[in-house]
Design a protein. Structure first.
Length: 431
């Protein structure tokens, strides 16, 4: 068979032209991917260590406590980091004084929320969690540190400083590997929880040293603008949490601890695979924020339709392939988690994975930066409340699988329903 140099040449030329026409987006995506590879990689490293070294019950406890803490962290951030990214991109064009004021003023909001949430956790925790309460105390610092690292992340993203953000995150993650391994290996569940604090503390310090262009000056206008938009987006996050994550707390309340571990094992694996789509959304988000400022709704609509078609097809293909691949991966690398629970939950985790691929880039990259957070808030809160009620009812009647069914159904409604409403509104804006 003869080679076709001319065909390869044409293909190479096509790829080169496509890269040159999207160079900034491609470069930023690569750096953002490296950053998240480091930041999420160390978290996933801790998770896999726990899956291999802890008993099924302790592994379930680890995931249950993390679900509680990140539920509190959701309120500690409440959309502030995402709103910050949006307004940093806008202020960078319109108002440099406000740009320098963003970090300090957003940080004040996070500090106030973290203080209130810590008091609440200490007050209510012993009554609700009983003997598991002590594990929450280990992770209380995350209620402040995690939203603050997200805030810095939003500032860097808004300024399109993806390369610097990636370098800092990769270095911190590499340095953290050995201490994390020692802590989990030597101290089990307690060591895994302490490892989270150490990683976020070092990352927060490093991001702070890497960004010095800010002022310690109170700016009510910045607080009002970011606070108002973050509250709207925070409501959307809360609704999203209710139908995506709150079921974990329901399972814990009904003592389905091993089931939590299996679901979270699949969830974490799929989160890593969805990450590139979320990253792409974060990379293109500043561009769409600029389109919205310039009222280029036709361009937003055109790109939204393309993204919708591309990710619909890709999600179906990847989901089908992973349905057959994932069990073998678990059997080889985490054999103690290869059981009947895995096969019961897997099909519904695949549905959630596919719908997340459909939604990740469009939600993070288009809806939020173009000012449609209010639409997300209304849709997600309604869906979240319905999903929570459905999960509780089904869990009482048919057990843990009722929560899993609720997860899958509400994710499907989220991905399809919100996209239809958003595209309809864009059509109206172009008339």
């Amino acid at each position: 068979m003869q080679s076709n140099p001319r065909g390869f040449s044409k293909m190479g030329g096509f790829i080169k032209r496509q890269y040159n026409s999207h160079k900034q987006t491609a470069d930023n995506f690569i750096w953002r991917s490296l950053q998240m590879l480091g930041q999420q990689g160390i978290t996933f490293f801790i998770f896999i260590l726990c899956a291999r070294l802890l008993t099924s019950f302790n592994f379930g406890i680890y995931n249950y406590i993390l679900a509680i803490i990140f539920f509190l962290i959701m309120f500690g951030d409440f959309g502030i980091s995402t709103a910050t990214s949006k307004y940093v991109a806008e202020y960078n064009i319109t108002d440099q004084e406000k740009l320098r004021a963003v970090l300090f003023n957003s940080g004040l909001i996070i500090f106030a929320l973290a203080f209130i949430l810590s008091i609440l956790a200490v007050s209510v925790g012993p009554w609700y969690l009983g003997d598991k309460y002590v594990y929450v105390l280990y992770l209380l610092p995350l209620i402040f540190m995690s939203p603050m690292t997200s805030l810095y992340d939003g500032v860097y993203r808004g300024l399109k400083k993806f390369r610097q953000l990636a370098t800092i995150s990769m270095v911190v993650s590499i340095v953290s590997v050995l201490p994390v391994y020692f802590l989990v290996r030597s101290y089990g569940l307690t060591g895994a929880l302490i490892s989270q604090n150490i990683f976020y503390f070092v990352l927060l310090l490093s991001l702070g040293f890497g960004h010095g262009n800010f002022t310690f000056k109170l700016n009510k206008s910045v607080i009002n603008e970011i606070g108002a938009y973050s509250f709207t987006y925070g409501i959307a996050i809360l609704g999203n949490y209710l139908f995506i994550r709150f079921g974990i707390l329901i399972l814990g309340h009904y003592h389905y601890i091993a089931e939590i571990g299996t679901y979270e094992l699949l969830n974490k694996m799929f989160m890593i695979l969805v990450l590139p789509f979320t990253l792409l959304g974060q990379v293109v988000a500043p561009n769409f924020a600029e389109f919205a400022v310039r009222k280029q709704y036709g361009k937003i609509l055109e790109k939204t339709k393309k993204y919708t078609v591309y990710f619909f097809v890709l999600g179906i293909v990847l989901g089908t392939a992973l349905y057959f691949i994932i069990p073998n991966i678990v059997k080889i690398f985490i054999p103690n988690q290869y059981n009947d629970l895995l096969f019961a939950i897997l099909p519904f985790s695949i549905i959630i994975f596919v719908t997340n691929i459909w939604a990740a880039t469009v939600d993070a990259g288009i809806l939020v930066p173009t000012g449609y957070a209010k639409l997300m808030a209304k849709f997600y809160v309604l869906l979240g409340l319905c999903g929570t009620i459905l999960a509780i009812i089904l869990c009482n009647y048919i057990g843990y699988m009722g929560v899993i069914y609720s997860f899958a159904l509400t994710n499907l409604v989220m991905a399809v329903g919100l996209r239809i409403i958003f595209i309809r509104d864009l059509y109206r804006s172009t008339l």
